[in-house]
Ligand binder design. Structure first.
Ligand code: IPM
Ligand code: MG
Length: 354
């Protein structure tokens, strides 16, 4: 297969981790007969520095023509004091909105080898953590109207039935391929949008009788994730709740440095990125954990291109490297063998086996 990727190396540790992702993809290409080409596009802080805007039109155009987008991380303190419309984060929203990527998939899985890095007590984590958050990504409060009215500042939260239904469906379909359990998270005791959310989800649930369905209020969910994470399989929720809960869920797996994500729309073009940020404090020091990016590449192969064997090959290599005690600083434990970013990438490449 010939696969053309648009690549946002981004800011902070972004370029370092993306390099490792490309390294792994290139090796997979060699092993399985695929060719990957990479077109770097400017987005985020780097784009602001060069062009004055977080997402130049040209970047979005190239992304639209690509087969998928690989993204490192954007943002950093350097751009913190700019006005809201030229913040680096705007690039992410622009790419998500511009590419129609309405479904954000964020799996949180605790690797056996990292059980010690999990901040939860063993009796809580012991039942296993293997959940996925399906977050609505192009609607809700992040895309609503904002401004000032009658002496108050406001951010509008609005959802249409269609927006809820299409993300709900992604959640149910995902559950069908997993443990057949959907928890829909809302704040229906307060929010009108959540009441619509709940009613649409209930209608959908009828189409998936095999799926065990339940509703949960978002505050309760935040508590349940640390009280009993094993109860969750697929969590489906709106944009802001998903943003918050996915950071929380990620930490239960030991390090936010481990978790990949995909953003999908109605075509095979997706955007793949680690869920962590640009970690400016360790940028350029060969300290960042490239695993989340490498696992994002695996997600890409599976979700956008249907390359199951290749995706598994990467995931197996990562698990094996961890089993053999190789660690980056963020997941270092007693007896662990500390590797830098490049060395971790090399190690994973070395462990890729057909
Ligand atoms: C994320 C990030 C972004 C979001 C920010 C940087 C816009 O927190 O991908 O979770 O809130 O979606
Ligand atoms: Mg977030």
């Amino acid at each position: 297969m010939q696969i053309n990727l648009a690549v946002v190396k981004g800011d902070g540790i972004g370029p370092e981790i993306v390099t490792e992702g490309e390294k792994v993809l290139n090796k997979i290409g060699e092993m399985y007969g695929h060719t990957f080409t990479y077109t770097d596009i400017l987005a985020g802080g780097a784009a602001i520095d060069k062009t004055g805007v977080p997402l130049p039109d040209e970047s979005l155009e190239i992304a639209k023509k690509s087969d998928s987008v690989l993204l490192g991380a954007v943002g950093g303190p350097k751009w913190d004091n700019l006005p809201g419309n030229i913040r680096p984060e705007k690039a992410l929203l622009g790419l998500r909105g511009g590419l129609g990527l309405f479904a954000n998939i964020r799996p949180a899985k605790l690797y056996d080898a990292l059980a010690d890095a999990c901040p939860l007590k063993p009796e809580i984590a012991g039942d296993g953590i293997d959940l996925v958050i399906v977050r609505e990504l192009t609607g809700g409060i992040y895309f609503g109207d904002r401004g000032e009215r009658n002496g108050k500042t406001f951010d509008e939260l609005a959802y249409s039935r269609e927006e809820i239904e299409r993300i709900g469906r992604v959640g149910f379909e995902m559950a069908m391929k997993r443990r057949k359990k959907v928890t829909s998270v809302d704040k229906a005791n307060i929010l009108e949008t959540s009441r619509l959310w709940r009613s649409v989800m209930h209608e959908l649930a009828k189409e998936y009788p095999e799926v065990e369905y339940s509703d949960m209020l978002v505050d309760n969910c935040a508590m349940q994730i640390v009280r009993n994470p094993a109860q969750f399989d697929v969590i489906v929720t709106e944009n802001m709740f998903g943003d918050i809960l996915s950071d929380e869920a990620s930490m239960t797996t030991g390090s936010i440095g481990m978790l990949p994500s995909s953003s999908l729309g109605s075509t095979s073009l997706g955007m793949y990125e680690p869920i962590h940020g640009s970690a400016p404090d360790i940028a350029g020091q060969n300290k960042a954990n490239p695993i989340a990016t490498i696992l994002s590449c695996a997600m890409m192969l599976r979700d956008s291109f249907g390359l199951m064997k290749e995706a598994e090959c990467i995931e197996n290599a990562v698990a094996k490297v961890l089993d053999d005690g190789y660690r980056t600083g963020d997941i270092m434990d007693e007896g662990g063998k500390l590797l830098g970013t490049t060395q971790m990438g090399d190690k994973i490449v070395e462990y890729l086996k057909k």
